[in-house]
Ligand binder design. Structure first.
Ligand code: FEO
Length: 345
């Protein structure tokens, strides 16, 4: 991981979680990232999931090399990043917690304490001087919770981006970033395009050499491309011309229609045709593909006067994430009362 010597990665890797946030498969595991900045003052940036508090505290202790931490910076209060706060504050009683006012209100809800007397409340634009390094906070409400702030370290030009630019990957992942970052973004932050665009506008004013998210690898080279993808995703624009055919099939006949359509589209020169069997696939991958490609075909048998249940689930997952700006077609079938497309077309 390319980080300056005085910014040390102290995160952990989770290869045991079966479903991240209770619904997203993470076959390659996922990291909960945390960083230590050592300077005249020392700051620890974020904690990790509750299952890894002990390992994380050991990492922090090793990175501090015998020093006491001055600050625990909390960018985001979701439990995958905040579960170690109490253990840290108990272990290091001279450290102060640094977070937004809303984050401290959440701390009181979660832990029964808001650390009054040991806290620094930051607002948009506030700076935390550590010596040669300074963290400037940029509030980012709803990316992905309301209390979120990101911070920019001006000496090394690093954006500590909270959930933004995260991915369903480990910090040392060598796989291409796009697919798991897209699935992560669309699944977790996809509903909040407007706040993400607001954050991107603020970030555009910064000279950024690296992005350190709370999940997945640190981003360094080719940052323009990552920011471009985020801008596309946050604007709900298709990223790639192509057709997603998402189907459900009871006896295999709707599937035959879906496969036939895929063949015909390919024969007609459509370079990107993607099929998803909604009864069996990873739904989060099917959702991410619907946002990625420019056209969507839904193929469903009629079931209880409506679409098949997993197709309804898929449609709900799309609409709750503000799916828009795409051409959508329906294929319905049914022997005595075909109604799968009714109310959707
Ligand atoms: Fe990775 Fe919104 O927490």
């Amino acid at each position: 991981m390319k980080l300056p010597h005085n910014i040390i990665y102290v995160g952990v890797t989770d290869r045991e979680v079966d479903l991240f946030e209770g619904q997203y498969p993470v076959p390659d595991g996922i990291s909960y990232n945390s960083y230590v900045i050592t300077d005249e003052k020392t700051a620890v940036l974020d904690t990790v999931d509750a299952h890894f508090t002990g390992e994380w505290l050991e990492n922090v202790e090793a990175a501090l090399g015998g020093r006491q931490p001055d600050y625990l910076v909390i960018h985001h209060m979701e439990p995958d990043h905040s579960a170690g706060i109490v253990a840290f504050m108990d272990k290091y009683p001279s450290a102060a917690a640094v977070a937004t006012a809303q984050a401290f209100r959440m701390m009181a809800q979660f832990f029964g304490t808001d650390y009054s007397g040991r806290r620094v409340v930051v607002r948009d634009g506030d700076a935390l001087a550590l010596g040669e390094h300074t963290l400037t906070f940029v509030t980012a409400p709803m990316v992905h919770w309301p209390e979120v702030a990101v911070s920019y370290e001006s000496r090394e030009k690093i954006l500590f981006s909270a959930d933004a630019f995260g991915s369903f990957a480990t910090a040392d992942s060598t796989r291409a970033w796009d697919d798991e970052a897209r699935r992560y973004y669309i699944g977790i932050v996809g509903k909040y395009g407007k706040p993400v665009r607001a954050l991107l506008a603020k970030a555009a004013a910064l000279d950024i050499a690296a992005v350190c998210p709370l999940h997945g690898p640190v981003l360094t080279d080719g940052l323009e491309r990552y920011f471009g993808l985020y801008s596309t995703w946050a604007s709900y624009e298709p990223e790639t011309p192509g057709v997603v055919i998402a189907y459900a099939s009871v006896y295999g006949n709707t599937k035959k229609a879906a496969l036939l359509l895929a063949d015909r589209l390919s024969e007609a020169g459509c370079a990107n045709v993607v099929l998803h069997d909604l009864c069996r696939c990873d739904m989060s991958a099917a959702v991410a593909d619907a946002f990625r490609y420019s056209k969507l075909v839904l193929a469903s048998p009629t079931y209880n006067g409506d679409v098949f249940p997993c197709v309804r689930d898929y449609i709900e997952r799309l609409t709750e994430r503000e799916f828009r700006g795409r051409t959508v077609a329906f294929i319905e079938n049914g022997s005595w009362a075909p109604r799968a497309g009714k109310g959707y077309a």
